[in-house]
Design a protein. Structure first.
Length: 177
């Protein structure tokens, strides 16, 4: 029972910090006027990738220390995926706050930016319209949120599975020597 309370605390804390990191980088990009730039998108993606690796690794490591150095693959997976899920939910909620209150014209601005990028890439008007139509179906919708959450969870699963496989250690492992 103590391990469950310990994992819950670690999941909530690290998930909160992951979500906070994602929100802060988005706010910084917005304040710097880079929220619609390629460089801003690249920075945002880089921070996301680093966050989706670092926070589960730290959480799994902290959990392992709290259990006296023992960790099963399943425990590590639970902690890592839990952290990413909490962080993703915070990020999704922030996204709705951003597009609903902070920058209600964001999707219109994004469409204009995307249109310019697609024109520069040499796409025809028909191809551009089709691309923008597809893009708009997922922006700010439950379907888009669900796909985003599943993406986060999948990445969290992969990272956590690898870290847990490397970090797992049981009492039986101690008895082998």
């Amino acid at each position: 029972m103590e391990n469950q309370a310990s994992s819950k605390s670690i999941i909530l804390n690290n998930g909160f910090y992951l979500g906070l990191t994602l929100v802060l980088i988005n706010l910084i990009m917005y304040a710097a006027g880079m929220h619609l730039s390629t460089l801003g998108g690249t920075i945002n993606l880089g921070v996301l990738a680093i966050g989706l690796i670092v926070f589960p690794v730290l959480g799994i490591s902290k959990f392992k220390k709290s259990t006296g150095g023992y960790l099963t693959w399943g425990q590590g997976l639970k902690v890592g995926v839990g952290i990413v899920t909490i962080g993703a939910l915070i990020s999704i909620i922030y996204s709705h706050i951003f597009t609903g209150f902070i920058e209600p014209e964001f999707y219109t601005q994004l469409e204009e930016f995307t249109r310019g990028q697609l024109m520069d890439a040499g796409l025809t008007s028909e191809q551009i319209e089709k691309q923008l139509e597809t893009q708009s179906k997922f922006q700010g919708t439950i379907t888009g949120d669900a796909i985003g959450l599943l993406f986060y969870i999948f990445i969290g699963f992969v990272v956590s599975a690898i870290v847990s496989a490397i970090s797992k250690h049981s009492k039986e492992d101690d008895n082998k020597f």
